[in-house]
Design a protein around this ligand. Structure first.
Ligand code: TXE
Length: 436
């Protein structure tokens, strides 16, 4: 065990010895067959920086082969009876469930979240749940109008090849969110995971192919160092729709790239969710819920709580109870049981969190944490009385740092919460749920 003490005496972060990795090469799946590509790139464990495997570095030809395979598989897959696709997706859910533990370990190794708690076992379990839910969906013909003037029906039809581009924060669950609704509706898919977390997607697609006809689901991986495969997907003439989860800036590029081919788009981009604590809330009772709302996956979650507005009357009590919870959390290598918080997945993300923490510190009061613990580890940090126009409040920190702001009139809290051009969610905390 390596123990690291940071400036706050309450916060002791424990770094267990890193596990031994087995070096694996992972293949893409194109047309139901393993495909290694001409080159490969290293994938590293964010907790140690050490290489845990290599992924194929796809070029334009590999992408074209994957799209061609998906296009060729589309007619037969889209003509199947609906119940046949439902049963294939049920089988997919069974396969993910049967491989839950190895997939969870792969997610922890390449992404950093702990195995337990709200970590990678939770992520793979959620993927199983979403798969079963998607399989259960009915796609009935909907009658929109049926009267003397006429009858109008809504029919849902597949559109062809769907391209999926995923990020590194919840690589497996987001892959399942992208892939399965598209397949369920009769489309075929080419997925490209983030270069930081390609291994769990490569493995999951291999496994899913056991339940699917060849070409229905294909995967390409790239480290974006040569031709940008995501950008090529956005402009590809044989891809009819892109589903993308990632940053605003890349989302804009996907939209621009897709314009010439008039693709349909689903873009899930940055979030900056506000939480409002009402005067009738119970600080101690809600402290764990608030903490995990913000710090799940070390804060690297699209719809995590990213700024907290607390009523004056219980500001100090909320700060204290949140500090107590944060101080109890163990940070370390996620592969070890008992670790609650892992590292940031990328160095860029670590540096972004450090920059925004400095901005928050310059204007507010650090209650706990406030600094890097070395490598990609950053201490769970709470900063009180941060002004509303501080970058830590206005930008998406996407890390383990929560600014806490004070309000006295609820109208002001609502105005501050709404003063943002970002999504994605929000929360209100109190005991009177009708008032909340
Ligand atoms: O995302 P990118 P990054 C936010 C978060 C984070 C920031 C940057 O704030 O700090 O984004 O993360 C592929 N055309 N979120 O740099 O670049 C890329 O290979 C098409 C919030 O990792 O958006 C990867 O597969 N695709 C978000 C995917 O886009 C391109 C979750 C996402 O990478 C491309 C993740 C291009 N030109 C980050 N360039 C959330 N809210 O959930 C790269 N890609």
């Amino acid at each position: 065990m390596i123990q690291i003490k940071v400036s706050n005496p309450n916060l002791t972060s424990t770094f267990p010895e890193p596990p031994q990795h087995t070096m694996n090469d992972h293949a893409m799946t194109i047309g139901g067959r393993a495909h290694t590509g001409r080159n490969s790139f290293a994938v590293c464990d964010p907790a140690t920086g050490e290489q845990i495997g290599r992924a194929p570095n796809a070029d334009r030809d590999d992408l074209d082969a994957a799209v061609a395979a998906a296009k060729a598989a589309f007619p037969a897959w889209s003509r199947l009876e609906d119940v046949q696709r439902q049963s294939a997706i049920q089988k997919v859910a069974d396969l993910i469930e049967a491989n839950q533990e190895p997939l969870a370990r792969l997610v922890t190794q390449e992404q950093g979240k702990p195995l337990g708690g709200l970590g990678s076992r939770f992520e793979v379990g959620a993927a199983v749940g979403w798969a079963r839910y998607t399989a259960s969906l009915q796609l009935p013909i909907k009658v929109l109008q049926d009267n003397a003037e006429g009858r109008v029906e809504l029919h849902r039809r597949p559109i062809g090849v769907v391209g999926s581009i995923t990020p590194w924060n919840w690589p497996l669950m987001i892959a399942i969110w992208h892939i399965l609704p598209a397949l369920r509706a009769g489309n075929t898919v080419v997925i490209k995971p983030s270069p930081f977390t390609p291994l769990s997607t490569l493995r999951a697609v291999q496994i899913l192919n056991e339940a699917l006809p060849p070409g229905v689901l294909n995967v390409v991986t790239s480290d974006d160092s040569g031709e940008n495969i995501g950008a090529l997907m956005a402009s590809h003439p044989d891809i009819r729709k892109i589903v993308f989860t990632g940053s605003n800036a890349t989302g804009e590029r996907v939209m621009a790239g897709a314009a010439a081919t008039m693709k349909r788009l689903t873009l899930e981009l940055g979030g900056n969710d506000a939480g409002i604590v009402l005067p009738d809330a119970q600080p101690q009772a809600m402290a764990e819920g608030l903490f995990w709302g913000a710090f799940i996956n070390t804060g690297q979650t699209c719809a995590a709580l990213k700024r907290l507005y607390v009523h004056d009357s219980l500001f100090d009590a909320v700060c204290q109870s949140l500090t107590d919870v944060a101080s109890r959390m163990t940070m370390g290598h996620g592969i070890h049981e008992g670790v609650a918080l892992g590292p940031l997945t990328t160095l860029a993300q670590h540096d972004k969190v450090a920059r925004l923490t400095e901005a928050g510190r310059s204007a507010g009061k650090v209650l706990v944490g406030g600094e890097s613990l070395g490598g990609r580890f950053f201490a769970a940090t709470l900063i009180a009385d941060v002004p509303p126009d501080n970058p830590l409040v206005t930008e998406e920190q996407f890390g383990p740092v929560l600014p806490i702001l004070r309000y006295s009139r609820i109208e002001d809290a609502i105005a501050m919460a709404n003063h943002s051009d970002a999504g994605l969610g929000g929360s209100v905390w109190g005991t009177d749920t009708v008032r909340a």
